[in-house]
Structures are given as structure tokens and as C-alpha cells.
Ligand binder design. Structure first.
Ligand SMILES: [Zn+2]
Ligand SMILES: [Zn+2]
Length: 868
């Protein structure tokens, strides 16, 4: 084997081998029980970030383990067409060529986007391959491919005919930069300091005025009423009168409506139905006109009189200025409020009255909530349930139309000759009402989430009754971040249940966010984001994967430290060196793919086999609860401390023994290393596959069986032996005794825990010669020192080994120091002031200090007495 582990050289070889062997396909286990995961489809414009790296490392670990456990394990990959993001990419390209999409026209533009997708849309899936992820690429899907597009059309048409999709004039969130409607959850609310302007609206009868407060003075141009709460005593007399809208001199009524918040501003509010959703509802109750004064480009419309053509923020200044000059502005206050921004581009969102398509969500939310409350689907950690349920309860109808060209065009046609709207799977030839052939298709496309909500079943072939759908749907687990519970998880639940009658997944595993080491959000725009591909370049994919899995405890954000990746690489080195030692030095090889555990092993082998069995059982228990960080932490410690540090040393003795014991130990070492490679494979697939190719019987590890070592009783007293060896080694180094000098000891073993096999290890690992063992008080014969390990004590003959006088001096000084420590602690603890005033933990730590000093003193005095 090569002397050093070089991730780059190891990793580049295996991916093609696995794929060529069909190892990623569930058919590799034709008789296995199905297990399935669908990937949260990344944007086709995207490249892999640390969040993806974690999310996908978890999914790959789950899939690889299930595959090895014999399941027909399917992981469906794919990408999302990402309407706004992808259209933006191509529009930027066009802008560089001095064109807009309108210069190309719709058809040519969409062709251009497809061409971009073919050329550049596979960056993220290539990066997934680099990381070693093992989805079944033959089942890769794209939200705009033919099958998924048909599923989208069917869902739209069916929901429309069920009355769950409708078209209507509603207030929607409009992004003037992206030039499209966006849904409520695509709006980021940020707390900002703005201004609250108090404006006087004079009564038309000339008797006084009403004062209204607003943060958006420019919307006053569209006011069609002033509203007060019916119970508000201050305005009892005002209701039913009319006021004059300043600047435009329009006469508008004062109305009473219960939706008015008496606490806000003066309690009298302006009503702008075309630019505020609450006002829109008030207007509907009072039959008020809606006047649009801000257009889709965020400019004032013709209805805005002298302000027409101005940008909304420019108009805000101008209107405030005019109001002030003409004496309508009473005052302006600073005002903290929440302002909605487009989550894609950051532009302030404008509420606009607009004709859009909506999903009526109320009939869909009930079953989606019940799936969780009845426990058919489970959030892990459970606390995300509340987040999901609360959101569902408050869900408003979902705006699904987008004013884009890239996406699924809405399958609705309008008759030019009558009022008919035809919603159908295929393009209609004639109007179903008047038989006209003059039909115009709706220009809009559907929100990207409308197609991704179908992902768990559309990727399996729905609406066709495919074998995949029957076998792999519902999926077993969804792995995702909490930030898309509302966007995506909830909608998959609603449509999944509505169209298939089953929850789309059983477990919903929500992982934390990757943050900077000091806990801040990682972001490209802050310049503090780690690039997983750069980390792979420097350390290898396996070290990054292990670092991610091992440091992501369930339910916590991860302050990711690059040093973790380096630590994982060092662990990879350790694993490499252990294998190299086993193969090249000990001659372990041709280890069978499964079984092969020695039947009647010696004590060292029995010990490591018992630890292997216990560790595997605990690893599986943790893994099944998705506690991957703890599972891999446990395995890491077992591998490093027990298998490599202890067992490789303990094995030296039987390996020198007769052929039978040596063969058993070689076999044990082989199966322990094999099972370790298997257990580690889901986290570090490349390195384990490479090492298995050195150790194993020629089969691939990826499709090998999961380890199931038989439980076995280890020898008694192993921990005591280890403690004794450690103590004797410490004695040697404290007294600077050369490794070549043998130390003679007498062992006192009152409980008889010492096995006959210990003596050889004490010699081999601690350089000790056992001259006697006794159950009664040992007589070292002259000056001795001792090492205590549990119930066992080793008495070391000091004569000829160390300078007894110097040792006595050392111990005397240590006794004096410890006595002083103890007295100081005791004085503190005897002081009632200290006990009553110091914090509880300080008192407790002082008590602990005193106890430890007492125990140390007792030991030192005994050692001093032994010296005579
Ligand atoms: Zn935007
Ligand atoms: Zn018609």
C-alpha cells in the first residue's frame, strides 16, 4: 500500500466504478424492501454551498446505509427550473448583448433559456458527483421536463375544476424590479425606521378636519374613504360626513369599520383599496372604488394627477412637501415598522391590486395538519411541528401566477368573443361556450413552488400509475433545512395528500444552518462563506463529509470551523496507516465480505469483538434516530482509542504466539477493520472503498452488507489492565526510567480480577516483569512505590531502579504542598461568610477541591510510608 493517504488520488477513481456497476440503483437489491428519499431539488442555476453539502451528506449517509442493509434504496436526484432566478441569468446575458427578452419574443427567449440550461445547468449535479453522492442518476428529473410538466398541468386543471384554483382581483405583493407578483412567503420583512406623516383631511362642510396617519403618503392619491372604528367615541360625529382629499380635492366619505385599529396613529385611517390588502377588504364591505395610483414599475399612474410619472419614493417626498406648503401636514414622527422586501432582489415590495391566479388553501390545510397531529408524518426534531401548524392555521390564499416567461405557462385560454375561460390539459380549438376559435392563452407562468410541491410523486411518474410510484411512494424521509418548511414542505404535504391520498413522506428531518465559527450567517455577499468545492480541493470530499456529519448535532445550527475538516483528514490518515500496518506488517488480507468472526477467540480478540458488537449496536440505535453526529462521534472514538491505539498493541502478543492464536488474531483484526470500514462507509465512502480494495475479497464495499457482529462476552478486567498499563507507563516517564530497563513488580489482586494473560501484556506494553501475584498484602521487600488500578495494585521495587532518598524528598515536598492546599480550602469552607455569599457552584467547586486534595494526601502519605 502507498505510504500516505492522498484523497485526490483515491477519490477520482471510485465514482465511475460505482456508477458503472449500477451501485446507485435500487435494483442492486432486487428483493429488498423499498426505501426512498427525494432530493430537495437545487436551483438549476445554483452551485453547491455549505448548506447543500450538509443536506446531501446526510441523505447520502442514510441511503448508503440502507443500501448496505439490503433495502432497495432509491434516492431521486434532480433540479428545479427556478423561474425568477433562471430568467434573470438569461436576461443578464441578453443585456450584455444590448437586448431585452422583448426583442427576442417569448418563444425565442424560452428556447434561449433551454439552451442555457443544456449548456450550464448541470454544474450543481457535477459538484454532487465530486462530493461522492450516490443518487440514481438514471432517474434524474427536472421540474420542466415533459413528465413533470404534464403533472403540473393536471394538478392545475383538477384543482380548477374542483374550485380550488380561481382567478381574481386581489392585493398581491409586487416586485417592481423582478416585475412579477410574488407570494407572501417570498417577502422578507425587515424592521426599519420610517416616518409617520399626520395629514389633515378637511370636512367638506367647512367645519374642522380629520387627521390620518400614514407611512406611505404617496398612496393617499388613491384614497377613496377615511375609516374609523364604530366604537371609537372620538369620531362618533364624523361617521357619514365627507372629507376633501388634499392635493386632489376629491370628496370621500368617512366610514365605520371594525377592522380599523383604534390604537394606530389617530384612530382614523385613510382607505386605499388598490394598494393595501386590509383596505381592499374594507372597500369590499363598503362598496368603495379602487383607484390604482402606482403601476407595476412603481411609478405614479395618470390617476395621480400632478404626480403622474414620478417614482413612488420621489412622489412620497413631493407629496409631503406639497402637503406641508399647503398646510395639510400636521406633523411627521419617526416610526419603527416592518417593511416587506422581495426575497430575491431586496426591492421594497409594493402591494398592488392585480388580476392573478390563486390557490384556495383552506380545504387543503386541514388534512396536511392532521397528518402531523395524528403522527403519520413526523418532524425531527419535534419542535418544528408548532412552526408548521401555526403557519398552516394562518395561511392565506396562495398567488400562483407569475409574470415571467420561463416556467409552466398557465393552461388557461380566454375567448375573445365571449367571457369564457377554458382550463384544459391540451390547447382547445374552439370556445366551449360560443364555439369561437379566437382564443388567447394566459401569458403568465406558475410559481416555481407550484411544480416543486409535486416533487415526491411527480418524479416517480405520477399521474401515470408507474411501478416506481407504487413501490417508492410515499417516501421514507425528507431531509431539509427549516427555512423551507413553509415554502415547500407544507405545500408538498397539501398536494401530496390531496392527489395521492397519502403523506409524501414519513419522517421530516430538519437540520440546522451552517454558520461561521462565531455564529454569524454564512453568505456570499458578506464574503464569509466557505466554498465546499474549495474545501474538497484542499482536504478531499471524505474529510468534508465527515466533518459535516460529526459536527451537526440534531436540531442545532453549526458554527462550522475549517479545522474540523483538517481533523477529519488526519483521522483518514490514521485509518489509512492502521490498514497499512494490518495489511503490510501483520499480513491481514482476503477478509471475507461478511461473517468470519473467530469462534473461540483469545481474551484480547474477545475484548475487541465485544467492543465492536456493542459499538455497532449503539451506532445503529443512534443512526436510526438520525443522531448521526453522535453515531459518528462514537465510532470515531472506538476506532481511534480502542481499535487502533489499544487493540493493535494488544494484538502484538498473540501474533507472536503459536499459529492458532496468531491466525485467530489476524482474522479478528481483519473483521474489525472490515466492519469499521462498513460503518464509516456512509460518511467517507471513497476512503473506505479504497481501503476495502486492499483488505477485502474483491467485492465492492458500496453494495456490501451492513455489519452485524455477534454479541460476545469480553474478558473480565480489561479496563483494569488498561489502567494499570497507563499507570505503569506514567511511573516510568515520571521517574525518567529508560524503555530498556525492566521494572519488577508484585501485584496485589484481592478480588482475583487479573487474568493469566495479563503478564505478557504488562511486559510487552509497560516493560514490566511480574515477579509475584498475591491476593493478600504484597511484600515488595524494601522500599516500594505503587500504581493503583481499580482493585489491583502493582508494587514496584524501587531498589536499584530509582534514587530512594530523592523519591522520599519529592514525596515529602508533595505532602507539604498538598497539606497547604487542603488547609486553605478547609479555612474557606469553615468561613460562614463564604458559604452564605459565594455562588453555589463556587462553593461546590471548593468542596470538590478539598476532597481531591484529601484523597491525594492520603495516597502520598501511603507512598511515603512504603519507602520506610
Ligand atoms: Zn425582486
Ligand atoms: Zn366564447
Amino acid at each position: 500500500m502507498k505510504a500516505t493517504y492522498d484523497p485526490a488520488a483515491v477519490e477520482s477513481r471510485w465514482y465511475t466504478t460505482w456508477e458503472g456497476a449500477g451501485a446507485f440503483k435500487p435494483e442492486t437489491n432486487p428483493d429488498g424492501r423499498p426505501f426512498s428519499i427525494v432530493i430537495p431539488p437545487p436551483n438549476v442555476t445554483g452551485s453547491l454551498h455549505m448548506g447543500h453539502a450538509l443536506d446531501l451528506s446526510i441523505q447520502d449517509a442514510l441511503i448508503r446505509r440502507k443500501r448496505m442493509q439490503g433495502y432497495a434504496a432509491l434516492w431521486v436526484p434532480g433540479t428545479d427550473h427556478a423561474g425568477i432566478a433562471t430568467q434573470n441569468v438569461v436576461e443578464r446575458e441578453l443585456a450584455n448583448e444590448g437586448m431585452t427578452r422583448h426583442d427576442l419574443g417569448r418563444e425565442a427567449f424560452v428556447e434561449r433559456v433551454w439552451a442555457w440550461k443544456e449548456a450550464s445547468g448541470s454544474r450543481i449535479t457535477k459538484q454532487m458527483r465530486t462530493m461522492g453522492f450516490s443518487p440514481d442518476w438514471d432517474r434524474e428529473r427536472f421540474t420542466m421536463d415533459d413528465g413533470l410538466s404534464e403533472a403540473v398541468r393536471k394538478v392545475f386543471v383538477d384543482l380548477y375544476h374542483e374550485g380550488l384554483i380561481y382567478r381574481g382581483n386581489r392585493i398581491i405583493n409586487w416586485c417592481p424590479r423582478c416585475n412579477t407578483a410574488i407570494s407572501d412567503i417570498e417577502v422578507d420583512h425587515e424592521d426599519e425606521v420610517g416616518e409617520l406623516a399626520f395629514i389633515n383631511y378637511p370636512f367638506t362642510d367647512g367645519d374642522g378636519h380629520l387627521t390620518v396617519a400614514t407611512t406611505r403618503p404617496e398612496t393617499m392619491l388613491g384614497d377613496t374613504a377615511v375609516a374609523v372604528h364604530p366604537d371609537d367615541e372620538r369620531y362618533r360625529e364624523a361617521i357619514g360626513r365627507t372629507v376633501l382629499l388634499p392635493l386632489l380635492d376629491r370628496e370621500i366619505p368617512v366610514i365605520a369599520d371594525e377592522a380599523v385599529d383604534m390604537e394606530f396613529g389617530t384612530g382614523a385611517v385613510k382607505v386605499t383599496p388598490a394598494h393595501d390588502s386590509l383596505d381592499f377588504e374594507i372597500a369590499a364591505r363598503h362598496d368603495l372604488e379602487a383607484i390604482q395610483v402606482i403601476d407595476t414599475g412603481a411609478r405614479i399612474t395618470d390617476a395621480g394627477g400632478p404626480f403622474r410619472g414620478q417614482d413612488r419614493f420621489e412622489a412620497r417626498e413631493a407629496i409631503r412637501h406639497d402637503l406641508k406648503n399647503r398646510g395639510y401636514l400636521e406633523r411627521v414622527e419617526d416610526h419603527h415598522h416592518s417593511v416587506g422586501h422581495c426575497s430575491r432582489c431586496g426591492t421594497v415590495v409594493e402591494p398592488l391590486l392585480s388580476l392573478q391566479w390563486f390557490v384556495k388553501v383552506e380545504p387543503l390545510t386541514g388534512p396536511a395538519m392532521e397528518a402531523i397531529t395524528a403522527g403519520r408524518s413526523r418532524f425531527i426534531p419535534k419542535r418544528w411541528e408548532n412552526n408548521y401548524l401555526r403557519w398552516m392555521e394562518n395561511l392565506r390564499d396562495w398567488t400562483i401566477s407569475r409574470q415571467l416567461w420561463w416556467g409552466h405557462q398557465i393552461p388557461a385560454w380566454y375567448c375573445d368573443d365571449c367571457d369564457e375561460t377554458i382550463v384544459a390539459m391540451e390547447e382547445p380549438v374552439r370556445c366551449t361556450a360560443c364555439d369561437s376559435s379566437a382564443l388567447t392563452r394566459d401569458e403568465d407562468v406558475l410559481d416555481t413552488w407550484f411544480s416543486s410541491q409535486l416533487w415526491p410523486f411527480s418524479t416517480m411518474g405520477w399521474p401515470e400509475k408507474t411501478e416506481d410510484l407504487a413501490t417508492y411512494y410515499p417516501t421514507d424521509v425528507l431531509v431539509t433545512g427549516f427555512d423551507i418548511i413553509t415554502f415547500w414542505v407544507s405545500r408538498m404535504m397539501m398536494t401530496g395528500i390531496h392527489f395521492t391520498g397519502e403523506e409524501p413522506f414519513g419522517d421530516i428531518l430538519i437540520h440546522g444552518l451552517i454558520r461561521t465559527p462565531d455564529g454569524r450567517k454564512m453568505s456570499k455577499s458578506f464574503g464569509n462563506a466557505l466554498d465546499p468545492l474549495e474545501l474538497v480541493e484542499e482536504y478531499g470530499a471524505d474529510p468534508l463529509r465527515l466533518a459535516l456529519l460529526q459536527n451537526s448535532p440534531l436540531g442545532h445550527d453549526i458554527p462550522f470551523d475549517e479545522q474540523w475538516v483538517d481533523a477529519s483528514r488526519r483521522f483518514g490518515n490514521k485509518l489509512w496507516n492502521a490498514l497499512r500496518f494490518a495489511v503490510d506488517v501483520i499480513g491481514v488480507g482476503d477478509v471475507p465480505s461478511s461473517g468470519g468472526y473467530p469462534e473461540d477467540p483469545g481474551p484480547e480478540d474477545a475484548w475487541i469483538l465485544s467492543r465492536l458488537a456493542a459499538t455497532t449496536a449503539e451506532f445503529d440505535r443512534l443512526f436510526d434516530k438520525y443522531r448521526l453526529a453522535e453515531a459518528y462521534g462514537l465510532l470515531y472514538n472506538f476506532a481511534w482509542a480502542e481499535a487502533f491505539d489499544w487493540y493493535l498493541e494488544l494484538a502484538k502478543t498473540p501474533l507472536q504466539d503459536d499459529a492458532g492464536a496468531a491466525a485467530d488474531t489476524r482474522a479478528t483484526l481483519g473483521v474489525v477493520l472490515r466492519d469499521l470500514l462498513k460503518l464509516f462507509h456512509p460518511a467517507i465512502p471513497y476512503l473506505t472503498e479504497e481501503l476495502w480494495s486492499e483488505l477485502g475479497d474483491g467485492e465492492l464495499l458500496i453494495t456490501n452488507s451492513w455489519p452485524d457482529p455477534p454479541p460476545i462476552q469480553g474478558p473480565a478486567g480489561m479496563e483494569t489492565l488498561q489502567e494499570l498499563i497507563v499507570g505503569l507507563r506514567r511511573f516510568r516517564s515520571e521517574h525518567q526510567i529508560s524503555q530498556k530497563t525492566s521494572i519488577a513488580v508484585t501485584i496485589e489482586d484481592p478480588d482475583g480480577v487479573m487474568g493469566e494473560w495479563w503478564a505478557d501484556h504488562l511486559t510487552a506494553l509497560a516493560g514490566v516483569e511480574v515477579i509475584d501475584t498475591t491476593s493478600g498484602p504484597a511484600d515488595g521487600g524494601g522500599a516500594t512505590s505503587r500504581v493503583v488500578a481499580g482493585p489491583v495494585q502493582a508494587f514496584i521495587v524501587l531498589e536499584g531502579l530509582v534514587d530512594v532518598a530523592a523519591e522520599r524528598d519529592r514525596l515529602t515536598r508533595a505532602v507539604a504542598q498538598t497539606t497547604a492546599d487542603l488547609e486553605r480550602s478547609a479555612a474557606k469552607l469553615d468561613n460562614p461568610d463564604f458559604r452564605s455569599r459565594a455562588p453555589v457552584d463556587v462553593v461546590a467547586s471548593e468542596e470538590l477541591k478539598a476532597d481531591e486534595a484529601g484523597a491525594r494526601l492520603e495516597k502520598l502519605e501511603a507512598q511515603l510510608a512504603e519507602l520506610g
